[in-house]
Design a protein around this ligand. Structure first.
Ligand SMILES: C[S@@+](CC[C@H](N)C(=O)[O-])C[C@H]1O[C@@H](n2cnc3c(N)ncnc32)[C@H](O)[C@@H]1O
Length: 231
C-alpha cells in the first residue's frame, strides 16, 4: 500500500472530521453518516470495491431510500463482492440476489465494448465471495451467464426495488434491462455503473437504445452512474 493510501485510511479512521473538512463535505449529510464511512473505510482496506466514493454513496443512499417499497435487491456484476457488501451493510432486511459468472467477463464485442475482453475480472470465485459475505443473511448467489442464470431461479418471480448493474458491456447491460425492467416495482430504481464511462461505451448505448421507446428518463449521475426510476 502506498503512502498516500495509508494516509487516507489513517485520516478516515483517526481524524475523520479533518478529512471531511479537507474534502469540503463537512456540512453535508454524508458527513454525519458514520456507518457509511466505517463501511467505506473497510471496503478500501479490503481492496474489493472498484467504485469511487461518490458511486458508493449513491448506491448506499438509493438502497436506503427504496427500502420503503419492499421487494428485493439484485446486483449483476459482483466480481469480488465489494459493492455487494455495501448493499449488505445497508441492513434493509431485503433479499439480495447476486449474479456473476464469478469466472470473469463473458464474451465481449470489440465493436461495442471498448477494450473490455473476455476473461477480465477472473481473479475471483463464488467460494471466495460467499465466504466474504458469510456474515449476512438472505443473500442468494447465482453463478453463470446472466440472464440465463436467473431463468428458472427464484429471482425470476420477484419484484425489485433496486437493481444494481455493473457489467461493463452492451450485451450484458441489455440482458439486465430486459430482465429487470418488467420486474421493477413502481418507484423502484435501476442504477448502473459506467453509463458516463467513455471506456465502457456499451453501457450507454444499451441504456439509450432500451429506453428510447419507454417513458422513463435516464438520469446521469456523478461519477459514471446513471439511474432510472420505474414509472
Ligand atoms: C466491474 S466488475 C463488477 C465490480 C463490482 N460491482 C464491484 O464494485 O466490486 C464486472 C463484473 O461483471 C460480470 N459480468 C459481466 N457480464 C456478465 C453477465 N452477462 N453475466 C454474469 N456476469 C457478468 C463480470 O464477470 C465481472 O465480474
Amino acid at each position: 500500500m502506498g503512502l498516500k493510501t495509508s494516509l487516507l485510511h489513517w485520516l478516515l479512521e483517526k481524524r475523520r472530521s479533518r478529512f471531511l473538512r479537507l474534502k469540503k463535505i463537512n456540512s453535508l449529510a454524508i458527513a454525519k453518516d458514520d456507518r457509511f464511512w466505517d463501511v467505506h473505510l473497510s471496503l478500501l482496506r479490503d481492496g474489493r470495491c472498484t467504485q469511487t466514493l461518490h458511486e458508493r454513496y449513491n448506491l448506499w443512499t438509493l438502497a436506503k431510500a427504496t427500502a420503503r417499497l419492499g421487494g428485493a435487491i439484485a446486483e449483476v456484476g459482483v466480481y469480488r463482492g465489494g459493492s455487494a457488501r455495501l448493499l449488505c451493510e445497508t441492513g434493509c432486511g431485503t433479499p439480495l440476489h447476486l449474479f456473476d459468472t464469478f469466472e470473469g467477463m463473458p464474451q465481449t464485442n470489440a465493436a461495442t465494448d471498448g477494450n473490455f475482453a473476455t476473461g477480465d475480472f477472473a481473479d475471483t470465485s463464488l467460494e471466495d465471495v460467499r465466504r466474504y459475505l458469510s456474515g449476512y443473511s438472505d443473500i442468494h448467489f447465482h453463478k453463470g451467464f446472466f440472464p440465463a442464470s436467473a431463468i428458472g431461479s427464484a429471482a425470476e418471480n420477484l419484484q425489485y426495488r433496486l437493481a444494481h448493474l455493473d457489467v461493463d458491456i452492451r450485451e450484458s447491460t441489455l440482458g439486465c434491462l430486459e430482465f429487470f425492467y418488467p420486474r421493477m416495482l413502481r418507484g423502484g430504481v435501476i442504477l448502473s455503473h459506467d453509463y458516463g464511462q467513455l471506456s465502457a461505451p456499451g453501457v450507454k448505448s444499451a441504456f439509450d437504445d432500451f429506453f428510447s421507446d419507454k417513458p422513463e428518463t435516464i438520469i446521469p449521475l456523478w461519477d459514471t452512474q446513471c439511474v432510472v426510476t420505474k414509472i
